[in-house]
Design a binder for this molecule. Structure first.
Ligand SMILES: Cc1cc2nc3c(=O)[nH]c(=O)nc-3n(C[C@H](O)[C@H](O)[C@H](O)COP(=O)(O)OP(=O)(O)OC[C@H]3O[C@@H](n4cnc5c(N)ncnc54)[C@H](O)[C@@H]3O)c2cc1C
Length: 396
């Protein structure tokens, strides 16, 4: 098969890119992957989205595939914060409307070819194309900190390995991490009947929507709120507006960009978790120094010398981008991609140093800021792709 463009991944970024690129006249776009599969399989049942209503929209070129349009089409009314299962249904509806011909096959390999790129698919067939858009998400980047290699697999897992926590009812579980993922996992485990303790390295939990933020959101009226917070909902008051404009952010010195990025995505928990965690012990300023299996349980030593014995350790330690973990990129191709700290260094149109190879989503955050880590970044990235493609792609 020969096509102009292949998109790898059918999550929010891949779907939005496909919907936009299909507006470019004469461009043949083929999308691979199972629609919304990361959200459906690697996030916990009962999870609520942290992003607000406007930031939970997957961008489409005619702005007709909004959450409001989904509600109208399906005669449903979504609650806020938007529950995970509603967002998955919305994403699948978006896919049926905008990209009904998604090819569910997994891409096993992408390498250079005289025509541009050659993809090998599950089942063995190959595809040649001029451009590849990687929208493969963060599933490959689940971060497991040092100290847990000594625990056998049944005693330790990353939060992304679980869809529901019923299996942990009646068990003692140690959750490691102080961000949204760890805290929400702890709440869901507690509600599922587990005996939970959360171990947090920092001295405090940063809760979102605190008094100041609430005052800005609700107390100061629409105008001030809109001045302070962009609809993309990434970053604190003021900074939110800059982060919503990646082309402007890129003009800031590297050090400043890094500082802004850290500030915008520091570990934090949604305020609606506070009540749900009131009966869950949260131990601050502690981290695991060693862990070992003992009698079928995990024996964990903390930095203050204390010990815990648990049936299972759950790592709510998030994700660290490193595109060498995208195992479908051949080593030749990977070597040619200019990188910094695991991130690809991207140019205009989210293009890597390999002409025709684009990378969207969280790996684009080093070049285009933390907006790229969230659904609301689909507006920027899809439009940037269209601009780049429209100026340079001639159909095969
Ligand atoms: C617990 C949790 C909660 C989150 N909550 C929010 C939130 O409230 N709001 C928000 O904006 N963001 C949230 N995020 C971030 C969220 O992951 C991203 O916003 C979003 O998934 C980015 O979309 P994506 O298309 O880049 O990735 P994904 O949604 O992960 O989609 C990538 C797709 O590519 C597919 N794929 C990968 N490799 C291949 C291959 N070789 N061949 C074919 N297909 C492939 C995967 O199966 C997957 O379906 C959350 C993340 C986590 C972990």
């Amino acid at each position: 098969m020969n096509v102009d463009v292949t998109i790898i991944g059918a999550g929010p970024y891949g779907l939005s890119a496909a919907a936009h690129l299909r507006q470019v006249k004469g461009l043949d776009v083929h999308v691979f992957g199972e629609a919304m599969s990361f959200w459906e399989r690697n996030m916990p049942v009962g999870m609520l989205l942290r992003s607000n209503w406007t930031a939970t929209q997957i961008a489409d070129p005619s702005r007709s595939l909004t959450l409001e349009a989904f509600q109208a089409a399906t005669k449903t009314r979504l609650s806020t914060p938007v529950p995970l299962d509603s967002f998955v249904k919305y994403g699948l509806w978006y896919q049926r409307e905008a990209v009904p011909d998604v090819d569910q096959r997994k891409v096993l390999q992408v390498g250079p070819d005289s025509a541009g790129f050659r993809l090998t698919l599950e089942g063995g067939s190959t595809v040649k194309c001029r451009r590849v858009v990687v929208a493969a998400g963060i599933g490959s980047f689940a971060w497991r900190p040092d100290g847990f290699e000594t625990l056998p697999v049944p005693l330790v897992s990353h939060t992304s390995a679980h869809r529901d926590f019923k299996q942990f009812a009646g068990k003692t579980i140690l959750v490691v991490g102080g961000g949204q993922s760890a805290l929400e996992t702890a709440a869901l485990l507690h509600e599922a009947g587990a005996d939970v303790e959360v171990i947090v390295r920092s001295q405090g939990i940063h809760w979102l929507q605190g008094r100041l933020s609430k005052a800005l959101h609700h107390g100061l009226g629409n105008f001030t709120r809109q001045m302070m917070y962009a609809p993309t909902d990434v970053g604190p008051a003021g900074l939110s507006q800059l982060l919503a404009r990646p082309d402007l952010l890129r003009h800031f010195p590297r050090k400043v960009q890094d500082k802004f990025r850290k500030r915008a995505v520091r570990p934090a928990g949604s305020r609606w978790l506070v009540d749900r965690l009131k009966d869950v012990p949260i131990t601050l300023g502690r981290y695991v120094v060693s862990a070992a299996a003992a009698g079928g349980r995990a024996k964990v030593k903390l930095n203050d010398g204390s010990e815990r014995v648990a049936d299972h350790v759950l790592l709510g330690t998030g994700y660290r981008v490193d595109i060498s973990k995208y195992d479908f990129l051949t080593s030749d191709l990977l070597k040619s991609i200019e990188r910094y700290n695991g991130y690809p260094i991207l140019r205009r149109g989210l293009e890597t140093s390999v002409p025709g190879l684009h990378i969207l989503g969280a790996p684009a955050a080093w070049s285009f800021g933390p907006l790229m880590q969230f659904v609301s970044g689909t507006t920027y990235s899809s439009r940037a792709l269209v601009r780049r493609f429209a100026e340079s792609v001639t159909p095969v």
